[in-house]
Design a binder for this molecule. Structure first.
Ligand code: IVH
Length: 674
């Protein structure tokens, strides 16, 4: 080959390089779009190697869209923001045939007497991406973000071989073509990654979607390249001239342009046909080499889509059908009892590891002993588990017929499993609590809560360090954190000088937290961030709150007798502990931020926001005079929705409640985070 390189004239070289580009692109197309490779991997690698060698010897011929240039440049320092020319809307969800029929009725009504049909697609469980091609070349790739602006992840997306850097063309390509689709991690790639992590002792990735999202947000594209992500195109964004009048044809055009389209796409005439297709995939999805979490049903004709339009956040011409919660069977290997910060004993089932909706489940909370008895769970039992809200695994059923001989009922603990202390069932309640104030398990949880992000926010004080501090009896109550010395910290496992100093600094910094956070950090039963804020604004000093009578507390709006009693009982019991803490902290009320921008408004926060935790967002709502509520009703003025918003958003759109994103919210209250 080296000889060849020398013999060629410049023009010949350029021509050969151009030929190799075209050939490699054609084979990418045959492989990724048509799923019909015409050459072996080895032959493909040979073409690639030839191109690389030619480029190396003649770097003046390297172009950014050469197949060898998918990974280029240095790691990024951060991601720029991209404004989507056409917003990336979300989709309303349905969960059963009835809801699909209701959707169809709305479509029929919207279109009057016109005939219409649907396209039914798989709902790929990955990450939505918008690819912008200008004159056929990939110029930007952006995440959905809040729908209006996303992150510029072009460098990472260029490494995905299923995404062409240059569109194929047998004719005209629109000057501007934004293609939307899903980046995903094939299941076998995920399984392989899991194995590698297990071998190297790295934490196991939760599920393919999470790794995909994480991989797209890496600053070093070389690592993204190694993740072997893939892509399916399913929609257009901005486009200088439409590819077709119908969605189905658009998808066919996508393929011609070299964009992979999922092969399981079907046209359907009526809603019954749609329902049949949806149901048929519900138990066939395992055959696929990627995860799907439902189906997407779209009106086919684009003029009809225009007639139907969109609500604030979702088009009226499309809907998703979400599969029922996935279940799995496994066996209970043992039952642990955990002790929480208020001493509540919670039974937790240790399960034989089982795959459920994309994650390996090894544990499931049984909530309390009444629930454990209701289910009748015993060690050795075969149980059915399900993911509530697709996140937390629950035991929903015990297969009593498969119970092994000799399995005995679980004995409700008569003493605390951590300290051996006395336990007592709450009067009129379901919980059993450890009564020992110095129970190490309880103290650990109290300190973890005290140091957590929404309370004193002590950076670097993680569970492993807290466990050691409590076990060494260096910390028995929150005030002890402020007595820790460098020497104390250096005696802990895996604690170097630098980490010790950083931690001391973080502890020092926590002394400046406001009163509401300190009240919340005490861990008084029923006093979360919201109540803590009401108390802080009312009493201004912890010393004053400590002295107020139960009756006075109960009179306060939103407090009432139950919370009042809890606060009163806390200070009665922990007066010394609180005074000790006040030797180190002098928390003040945050004065400046109170405004009246949201007076009279009720707002529900749902999903994950980018800049604020849910508690922080709710705090801001209250600071602006609004009410933060946990559930959506007709009285809700807005729903503030972040990523993965779940059922509250569905309810909002059903009730016609306005939905706003984080940016709109921050603007509304006059705050700029970034
Ligand atoms: S169409 C207006 N088609 O589902 C929405 N989305 O829950 C246009 N998704 O953000 C999107 N597979 O990330 C469409 N075949 C498919 C899809 C799909 C997965 C994702 C997409 C979207 C999310 C909404």
């Amino acid at each position: 080959m080296a000889k060849d390189v020398k013999k060629r004239t410049c023009a010949e070289l350029a021509e050969r390089i151009e030929q190799l580009h075209a050939e490699i692109r054609r084979h990418d197309y045959l492989y990724y779009v048509l799923n019909q490779p015409k050459i072996t991997d080895r032959q493909y690698d040979k073409l690639f190697a030839e191109l690389k060698a030619l480029e190396q010897a003649n770097p003046q011929f390297i172009t950014p869209d050469s197949p060898t240039q998918r990974v280029s440049g240095q790691p990024l320092e951060g991601f720029a923001t991209v404004r989507h020319a056409v917003p990336m809307l979300s989709m309303d969800n349905t969960y059963n045939a009835e809801e699909l029929k209701a959707f169809d009725e709305r479509v029929a009504k919207g279109l009057g007497s016109e005939d219409y049909n649907y396209v039914v697609e798989l709902k790929i469980d990955g990450v939505a991406i918008s690819l912008r091609f200008e004159k056929g070349r990939l110029v930007t790739a952006a995440t959905r973000g809040d729908g209006e602006t996303g992150d510029d992840v072009t460098a990472n997306v260029r490494t995905i071989k299923a995404i062409p850097l240059v569109l194929l063309s047998d004719g005209k390509i629109p000057d501007v073509l934004e293609v939307r689709g899903e980046v995903y991690m094939p299941t076998k790639v995920f399984v392989e990654l899991n194995k590698q992590c297990e071998k190297t002792g790295k934490p196991l990735p939760a599920n393919p979607r999470n790794v995909t999202a994480g991989s797209l947000k890496l600053l070093d594209a070389r690592i993204t390249a190694a993740r072997n992500l893939s892509f399916f195109a399913y929609a257009t964004g901005e486009i200088s001239e439409p590819l077709a009048e119908e969605h189905y044809q658009t998808l066919q055009k996508f393929k011609k342009l070299g964009l992979p389209v999922n092969p399981n796409i079907k046209k359907a005439k009526g809603i019954d046909e749609v329902i049949n297709i949806c149901l048929s995939w519900s138990d066939r999805k395992q055959i696929l080499d990627y995860q799907i979490d439902g189906m997407v049903i779209k009106v086919n004709r684009s003029d009809q889509r225009d007639i139907l339009g969109a609500t604030g956040r979702a088009p009226r011409w499309c809907i998703s059908y979400k599969f029922p919660a996935e279940q799995a069977q496994t066996t209970v290997e043992s039952i642990d009892v955990q002790v929480g910060k208020s001493g509540i004993l919670t039974p937790v089932a240790n399960l034989a590891p089982v795959q459920l909706a994309g994650t390996t489940v090894k544990r499931a909370s049984l909530h309390n002993f009444d629930e454990l008895n209701r289910l009748g769970v015993r060690c050795g039992d075969t149980v059915v588990i399900e993911k509530a809200g697709e996140i937390i695994p629950q035991v929903v059923e015990v297969k009593k017929q498969s119970r092994p001989a000799g399995a005995v009922p679980f004995r409700i603990p008569k003493q605390c499993p951590s300290c051996g202390g006395k336990v007592k069932k709450d009067e009129d309640g379901v919980y059993i609590r450890c009564l020992n104030n110095y129970c190490p398990a309880k103290v650990k949880e109290q300190i973890k809560y005290f140091a957590a992000r929404d309370q004193l926010d002590i950076d670097g004080l993680g569970p492993a360090i807290i466990d050691q501090l409590v076990e060494k009896k260096l910390v028995v109550e929150p005030a002890d954190l402020y007595k820790l010395t460098r020497q104390d910290l250096l005696g802990l496992e895996r604690m170097g000088h630098k980490s010790a100093d950083n931690l001391l600094q973080a502890i020092e910094k926590s002394k400046t937290r406001n009163l509401d956070r300190v009240i919340a950090g005490l861990g008084i039963q029923h006093v979360g961030v919201q109540i803590a804020e009401i108390l802080a604004n009312r009493f201004k000093h912890l010393g004053q709150l400590m002295q107020v009578s139960e009756e006075k507390l109960a009179e306060i709006d939103q407090i009432g007798p139950v919370i009042a009693k809890s606060i009163h009982d806390y200070f009665e019991k922990w007066i010394d502990r609180t005074k000790e803490l006040l030797k180190y902290l002098n928390p003040q009320v945050e004065k400046t931020k109170v405004s009246s921008k949201l007076v009279g408004k009720t707002i529900v926060v749902t999903g994950t926001l980018e800049n604020l935790t849910r508690q922080q967002a709710e705090q801001k709502i209250r600071q602006a005079g609004g009410k933060a509520s946990g559930s959506v009703s007709k009285k809700t003025d807005f729903v503030l929705a972040g990523e993965n918003p779940g059922s509250k958003l569905d309810k909002a759109s059903k009730l016609g409640v306005k939905v706003i994103n984080e940016k709109q919210f921050l603007k509304m209250i006059g705050t700029n985070i970034k």
